[in-house]
Design a protein. Structure first.
Ligand code: C2E
Ligand code: CA
Ligand code: CA
Ligand code: CA
Length: 275
């Protein structure tokens, strides 16, 4: 038993050393990557269900790592937040996305994800103004996606920031709605223009219950004056079910397109807007 115990201990210690080391390498790597221009934005369309046209493209971060290949944003964002690198990285993402949107047909907007830490920076409003000014993008073509975690802290400050963005003409979307700390009160307490219903609502939608839930949330959001997006639509059956009652305005998911590089999204937009 003693030997086992020691073995286990050694194993843990090695694992910990490895993960601390791995983490340190990742941090150094992230700083280098920003300087070396290894980040890239992919774009995924949101499609209007009535017109079938692309209304918005969401910018999604990718890291082309020289050794590890493509690294997921799920692994990048939390580390960048802890390192304090999210401010620089977020600024790069916002500016790049605004510049790319300028190359798209006039009616198409860009959606940019803001992590909670990025949103709660003191000068977030200036960052947004600067990105719009530097790119020449009209504010009406920028949508900022925040999650419920951004609404949970520092309520008065958050309310002010959202109101300033709204008066500037920028739209705010509540991302991943229905996950985490969902509270219906967020929907009427904050000035939000769009709700993105999380794709977990589509799981088992062919059976009655989740569909009732999704429709309830969609109707409530629509009645509060927000447009409603359903994320993660993968099948025609799901599309028919969510579109049936006319409440859902837009959909996004692999059924329409996976996230694609900038050059490919321009091709998709040209095709969508030529019709
Ligand atoms: P999200 O904002 O909810 O983005 C949607 C995620 O769902 C994307 O994953 C997208 O590729 C994926 N997705 C889209 N359609 C489908 C579908 O039909 N089926 C399935 N299974 N998945 C679908 P991705 O690109 O890996 O991004 C993951 C998360 O990382 C994002 O979730 C967002 O929270 C975060 N993220 C990505 N880019 C950025 C960024 O630029 N800034 C910040 N702060 N976060 C980002
Ligand atoms: Ca998002
Ligand atoms: Ca989402
Ligand atoms: Ca998500």
């Amino acid at each position: 038993a003693k030997a086992d115990g020691r073995g286990t201990y050694c194993f843990f210690r090695d694992e910990m050393a490895r993960s601390v080391e791995a983490r340190r390498i990742l941090e150094l790597d992230l700083r280098r990557a920003l300087a070396n221009d290894e980040f890239e934005l992919y774009y995924q369309p949101l499609v209007n269900l009535k017109t079938g046209r692309i209304t918005t493209c969401e910018a999604l971060l990718r890291w082309n790592h020289p050794m590890r290949g493509t690294v997921s944003p799920i692994d990048i964002i939390p580390v960048a937040e802890e390192m304090g690198l999210i401010v620089d990285l977020g600024r790069w993402i916002l500016r790049r996305a605004c510049m790319e949107c300028m190359r798209w047909p006039d009616g198409v907007s860009v959606a940019v994800n803001f992590s909670s830490q990025q949103f709660h920076q003191r000068d977030v409003i200036d960052e947004v103004h600067y990105a719009l000014q530097a790119s020449g993008l009209p504010a009406e073509r920028l949508e900022i996606e925040i999650t419920e975690s951004s609404l949970m802290r520092n309520t008065q400050w958050t309310l002010d920031a959202l109101q300033q963005l709204r008066s500037a003409g920028v739209r705010i979307a509540l991302d991943d709605f229905g996950t985490g700390y969902s509270s219906l009160s967020y929907l009427h307490n904050f000035p939000l223009q769009k709700v993105k219903i999380d794709r977990s609502f589509l799981v088992g939608i062919e059976t009655h219950r989740p569909l009732t839930l999704l429709r309830g949330v969609a109707r409530l959001s629509a009645e509060l004056g927000m447009s409603v997006v359903v994320e993660g639509v993968e099948t025609n059956e799901q599309l028919e079910l969510i579109g049936a009652d006319g409440t859902v305005t837009e959909a996004q998911g692999y059924l329409f397109s996976r996230p694609v590089p900038a050059s490919r999204i321009r091709e998709l937009l040209t095709a969508s807007h030529a019709r």
